[in-house]
Design a protein around this ligand. Structure first.
Ligand code: DC
Length: 231
């Protein structure tokens, strides 16, 4: 049925709001599958860069996606992402991919293909999916939708920690500017812009620990399913 709820927890929000770690741990706690849709956009961006494509040329990207295979699998509690059977898990967070992924993710042909892939991956339910359009486009019937937000300073500090752990010369202002520009592209693109679904619960993670975020979502999920059982 069109409005029937599916056993999916949709977690959306801007970069650095804590989606990835939270979604991974919620999935672990509930025994669900974790779907990192950002990694999928990153993988296709990596391939476009390797092939030297014009990232704003829809026709070039269209023929690229028609011959691309992306798979996510879980091994020893870690997520492994393969691109045409190559393990690219550790190649998706380079500065070049960071800069180019919003352009590729804005292309309708890429998004249409991704949503199809993500539906297939979520067909069995029991999924925690995180991204920008999960609650609005990919799984609008998700039983629980969470929209994470945090102050720009908190987000920049988390990003800096994620990406530049080895470097001592991080300029936080540069990270803030990069995040602002990414937000601008993600929120204003024509296809599936980042926005909170009307029925999503907003959670401000600025002053929360990861454990508190995870706890909140797991409790909310248990409450929703208890209510569902009573119906
Ligand atoms: O969450 P992330 O930083 O790994 O996401 C990488 C990029 O992909 C980011 O610019 C937003 C985009 N993205 C998207 O448009 N839709 C999604 N469902 C997930 C990510």
């Amino acid at each position: 049925m069109k409005n029937e709820k599916v056993d999916v927890i949709a977690i959306d929000g801007p970069a650095g709001s804590g989606k990835s770690t939270t979604a991974r741990l919620v999935a672990q706690k509930l025994g669900f599958t974790y779907l990192d849709t950002g990694a999928m956009y990153r993988a296709v961006t990596l391939k476009s860069l390797r092939q030297g494509l014009d990232l704003e040329n829809e026709a070039e990207l269209s023929s690229l996606v028609s011959t691309t295979k992306i798979e996510l699998c879980h091994s020893k509690g870690r997520l492994k992402i393969t691109l045409d059977d190559e393990n690219v898990t550790h190649k998706l967070r380079s500065q070049n991919v960071n800069l180019c992924v919003p352009k590729v993710a804005a292309m309708p042909v890429v998004r249409k293909w991704m949503v199809r892939l993500q539906h297939n991956m979520g067909a069995k339910g029991k999924l925690v999916a995180e991204g920008r359009d999960i609650g609005t486009v990919v799984f609008p019937n998700a039983r629980l939708k969470i929209y994470l937000v945090a102050s720009i300073e908190a987000r920049a500090k988390r990003r800096a920690k994620d990406f530049f752990q080895a470097s001592s010369k991080i300029n936080l202002n540069n990270v803030i500017e990069e995040l602002k520009s990414r937000d601008q592209i993600d929120c204003t693109r024509e296809t599936a812009p980042l926005r909170k679904a009307d029925d999503a619960i907003e959670l401000d993670t600025t002053n929360l620990t990861i454990e508190q975020q995870v706890d909140f979502i797991v409790k909310q999920w248990n409450k929703n399913t208890e209510n569902q059982d009573k119906m």
